[in-house]
Design a protein around this ligand. Sequence first.
Ligand code: SF4
Length: 498
Amino acid sequence: MKIYIKGIEDERFHRPLTLIGNLFFEETKTCFTEDDHSLEAEFFIEEESEKVSIKGTLLSEDGKQFTASKEREIPAHFVGKDRLRYVKNTLSYVYLTLLQDYTGMIQKWGILTGIRPTKLYHKKRQEGMKTSDIHKMFKEEYLLSDEKINLMQQIVERQLEVVPDLDSLANEVSIYVGIPFCPTKCAYCTFPAYAINGRQGSVTSFLGGLHHEMRAIGQWLKENDIKITTVYYGGGTPTSITAEEMDMLYEEMVESFPDVKNIREITVEAGRPDTITEEKLNVLNKWKIDRISINPQSYTQGTLKAIGRHHTVEETIEKFHLARQMGMNNINMDLIIGLPGEGVEEFDYSLSESAKLMPESLTVHTLSFKRASEMTQNKHKYKVASREEITTMMDHAVTWTKDHGYAPYYLYRQKNILGNLENVGYALKGQDSIYNIMIMEEQQTIIGIGCGAASKFLDPTTRKITHFANPKDPKSYNDGFEHYTNEKIKILKELFSK
Ligand code: SF4
């Protein structure tokens, strides 16, 4: 779909309008200078000191015309960026209304195209806004549906139950450890993940670098008396290294990090069931790591094959039972809505299989076509469900989790996510992952160590976020880990010396 937008010269408005257009059509192209197009939108913006008024018309190829308009008072304290955001939102509001009228499609997330809707909810709450006013703002300014506003409220309340001191955790940090190896590479994957076979040399050098980072960062935290809230091992698949390598790594963690016994949660993603062994579970037990993730994604064998996961459904179930028998009492499982070839029937089957296992938490992702994945580059090869079916599957997930005692505790959205929906983490009472809350709500610094690990440094005073990324491939990491460690320590010094 090609859309030509007239009347918007200010380039700062181009991106939000493009994002809104993307919500409605597959492969939308938005242009702001005349070109071939199937839809034409035109806007007139009148801005006075205390008021903005925007009128829009939409003209389709077959001559249908739609109009929408919005007039708003601009609160006097909205100046600079806040004022611009307000005008942008008003423009997005008018454009969304036009496209909703034209397509008959209702966007439940309204004009909100950001990744972390609940972060905005928390921000307003922290600024002292009343719940009813937050709801009003989401409904009237952002055009969100009641369903999504209520979901956010439920999640925010749950997070505050799990982490009552959420608002004051900026003086602590969490740690993300990235291990970039997997048994094989899945088709939808854009994580730093390298097939491990035949790479032992590179694994060994990588682990050398990782131990160095752990020691250096750990020492800095100890010297500066900064506590760690949570640690999360992700990747890749952190259990794709050997049991012995895992053992040495956790030993390093316990020696290097400050006050490990008081870390609130340590998670190891054992994502791929084909990497889990009794020996590795013993290592996790030895170091008292009891939150793991075993990810089925789907319980339909054909799907696993199609997406390049070389393990069987039976193996997932078997490894889940093994982990349980060996004392793992906080297991997360991931499911993905909209995997190629899957419809409501397959997803319902995955839910019914989940009911037999009852993991402590279940994360329900909606497939997103990320630019770099094999799946996106060969999109024509993969048949995915329609928008309506995706929505039905999501509704089934909501009902199923509720019926089985789970509650939503975090959510995030992605670009190009099927049906413009969301990913939601559900947990049984008291089993919510604190790390997931910290990473989504961005209320404290997350130090990323290892390959592809992204750090987010939150200034405890201004709450400004600085990003810093370690290299994604093991070779660059191995060549430069000392430099990356030093850079992070430099940023930490600046932030925590204030
Ligand atoms: S297991 Fe996860 S990290 Fe590894 S290739 Fe598959 S999706 Fe990527």
